[in-house]
Design a protein around this ligand. Sequence first.
Ligand code: APR
Length: 226
Amino acid sequence: MKIAVLTGAGISAESGIQTFRDSNGLWEGHDVMEVASPEGFARNPKVVLDFYNLRRQQLLEVSPNLAHTTLADLEKEHEVVIITQNVDDLHERAGSTRVVHLHGELLKVRSTVEEHTILDWKKDLNLGDLCKNKHQLRPHIVWFGEAVPLLETAIDLVEAADIIIIIGTSMQVYPAAGLIQYAQEDAKIYFVDPKPSIASSERITVFAEKATTGVPKVVAQINSLL
Ligand code: APR
């Protein structure tokens, strides 16, 4: 079976990474337009770099959880692709081999000018850190107001999927939240979230619980169908 898994911040919550819109979420303590927009970076690059340097340090201290590893194991039986809004590398560290990062990656940086100059980066990023063509490096993150370069790739993968599993997202940020509409008519959809933002239906099965308990149940149900 072709399985497309759409994940949001909720799948990494039990690894210790803050979500964005839950109580004491990341956006409660920060002004999105100051730390996650091109305008904010132009206005005060140091505030932005400090924000991402802190998140990168935190990421280096956490590990994948059972939800990530269960999805990685799913690759042994099915053709699985993870389409994630998350910028952490927990899916990869859990063993998933096909991960599409719609919103970029915290452990990578890119040139502020040549968008395809992308470098692995696991230390603090500071003003004056330049690419080989002497352009300032910036976090390889898709900021609010910027295009999502991998959107077409994600749409093609959702359209091709027999099963779609959506985990830990408030479904509030487009275009990622709109991917569900590209599902095939007869595709089976599963949704795992303690506060689900979509309701069960003929084709959608909702597990209103956390990822580490809900994802194994979804996988068990998928395997019982075969
Ligand atoms: N298991 C599963 N889901 C959880 C858990 C958990 N343990 N804890 C919280 N959640 C759910 C919440 O109920 C919520 O629906 O995770 C979701 C988190 O929602 P958001 O904080 O809005 O995160 P997300 O949907 O990933 O945000 C999308 O918004 O700010 C941008 O670029 C940022 O990628 C992010 C995008």
